[in-house]
Design a protein around this ligand. Structure first.
Ligand SMILES: Cc1cc2nc3c(=O)[nH]c(=O)nc-3n(C[C@H](O)[C@H](O)[C@H](O)COP(=O)(O)OP(=O)(O)OC[C@H]3O[C@@H](n4cnc5c(N)ncnc54)[C@H](O)[C@@H]3O)c2cc1C
Ligand code: SF4
Length: 450
């Protein structure tokens, strides 16, 4: 057993990481699906979208060959509509609520249609928005955004549309946040993410300063004085630790670093074990497990301390992992990692059972006293993310275990707004985009009343 990089040929990597949801091949194929839509009155798909994209409208515009109008309808509500067409868990959002599900027929492939219009718009570089002339009262106003992820970019775009210039301070070298660095490579490619950021910025009025990190070379109290409003959208970034013996051994890695390396270094440069255990059952765990398999791991086992009924990932994601040949062990919690010569050799897990439901209906996992041992050479921790608690506390934010508390995006600090994962604790890209829109609306109101 060993951890190695460069396990596959370039052809195999390309095959394994090819676009997971391929686009329509022809315009006619898109038309066939668009024409199935019933254009429902009171459409449930709109309500299920956190950014309230007018789904029947953009689909109708496809049927009348108004692709520009269709893309505009999507981007008006969600400036990352192209990326969301690739990464949204639509089975629990728009497509999950499509009325066709009630008729036991396949739902309208909303994401694929969304992708159809928006990709044409991006490819043709259609300028669908012009900036408003800055209203007199907002002319001298300065707004800063900290973090260039989906929430920050969405906030910036909305403010720019309204004629307000924005400066984004980003600690990394690229914009896009977890969309660029965290999401599985078979859902979005780095090239697509770069293009999406370029398209968003093409509106103008948004200046990104890279290598600028709150807590290192940026101070919130100074920004509070220098800017009329600041929007904080730094996400949640730290992987939750397992707090078990052996966690420091060579071969134990957290899922976010593993995925970050795949996204930033390239497939052949990322080492992966022969036999890999993944801890957790959220979207991150699934992404890490499937990508470990796609990098050439011979065996990948996902361990979850509860059952399928309680798992945080969707059925569709679970199916992806199973189709990739990942094994699942339910009701197993990591207890200890055994090492040989400083390297991972095996994982001991407690076998769990579920308690009777408490008043909230949730059943706590309890140890049965039995254990299992898995021989593995790599362990990927995907037990959730933690907010930047010390950074949040040091900057005097009212917070709930590190999640910034906000009232309609306004924080307890004067002129400081916040949104996205750093407030909600970690949801989806589409939620962060809506949070950015909400932040921009609150900031516009705030600076216009100053
Ligand atoms: C592994 C993984 C897989 C995921 N897969 C999906 C998926 O398939 N579909 C989906 O919809 N969602 C997915 N998500 C969730 C989604 O990526 C996030 O909800 C979304 O990116 C949150 O946007 P955000 O702007 O709030 O934060 P982020 O995307 O985290 O962006 C925050 C930005 O702030 C910057 N930053 C952080 N700290 C500082 C600082 N101190 N100073 C300056 N800048 C800072 C970061 O570099 C980053 O650019 C996934 C998340 C993870 C971790
Ligand atoms: S629910 Fe389905 S059929 Fe109805 S408008 Fe939305 S996509 Fe069309």
């Amino acid at each position: 057993m060993s951890i190695e990089s460069n396990r596959l040929s370039p052809k195999q990597y390309a095959h394994n990481f090819a676009d997971f949801h391929p686009p329509f091949e022809t315009h006619d194929a898109a038309l066939v699906e668009a024409n199935r839509c019933l254009f429902c009155y009171d459409a449930p798909c709109i309500k299920a979208c956190p950014t309230s994209i007018n789904v029947p409208k953009f689909i109708k515009q496809i049927t009348t060959d108004n692709i520009k109008g269709s893309a505009h309808t999507i981007f008006l509500s969600n400036i990352m509509g192209a990326g969301c067409g690739k990464v949204c868990p639509v089975e629990k959002l728009c497509e999950g609520s499509c009325v066709f599900n009630l008729m036991d027929e396949p739902p309208i492939p909303i994401a694929k249609l969304q992708r159809y219009s928006t990709e044409i718009a991006m490819k043709k570089d259609w300028k669908l928005f012009t900036r408003k002339v800055t209203p007199e009262g907002l002319k001298a106003k300065k707004v800063a955004i900290i973090g260039a992820g989906p929430a920050g970019l969405s906030c910036a775009h909305m403010l720019s549309r309204e004629g307000v210039d924005v400066t984004i301070f980003e600690k990394d070298e690229k914009a896009g946040g977890l969309m660029t660095y965290g999401i599985a490579a078979y859902k979005v490619t780095p090239a697509f993410c770069a293009d999406e950021v370029r398209y968003i910025l093409s509106i103008g009025g948004i200046n990104i300063k890279y290598g600028q990190e709150l807590g290192r070379n940026l101070r919130l109290d100074i920004m509070q004085k220098d800017y009329d409003a600041v929007y904080v959208s730094i996400g949640v970034g730290l992987a939750r630790q397992l707090d078990i013996e052996g966690e420091e051994l060579e071969g134990v890695i957290d899922a976010i670093s593993f995925i970050y390396d795949i996204r930033s270094k390239g497939f052949s440069k990322v080492p992966v074990g022969d036999r890999v255990a993944v801890i957790g059952m959220g979207m991150t765990a699934i992404d890490a497990a499937t990508q470990a398999r796609r990098l050439g791991a011979k065996e990948v086992t996902i361990l979850y301390r509860r059952t399928q009924e309680e798992m945080p990932c969707t059925e569709v994601e679970l199916d992806i992992a199973k189709l990739d040949g990942c094994k699942i062990i339910w009701l197993a919690a990591p207890k200890e990692i055994i090492g040989v010569n400083g390297k991972v050799h095996s994982l001991i897990a407690d076998v769990m059972e579920l308690d009777t439901p408490d008043e909230t209906g949730r059943r706590a996992p309890l140890k049965t006293g039995r254990q299992i041992v898995l021989e593995v050479d790599m362990i990927i921790k995907a037990a959730g993310q933690m907010p930047f608690e010390s950074l949040i506390t040091e900057n005097d934010f009212e917070n709930l275990r590190g999640k910034i508390v906000s009232n309609n995006t306004a924080t307890n600090l004067e002129g400081i707004f916040a949104g996205g994962d750093c407030v909600n604790g970690g949801k989806e890209v589409v939620d962060a985009v809506q949070a950015g829109k909400d932040g921009a609306a609150a900031i516009l109101l705030y600076i216009s009343q100053q």
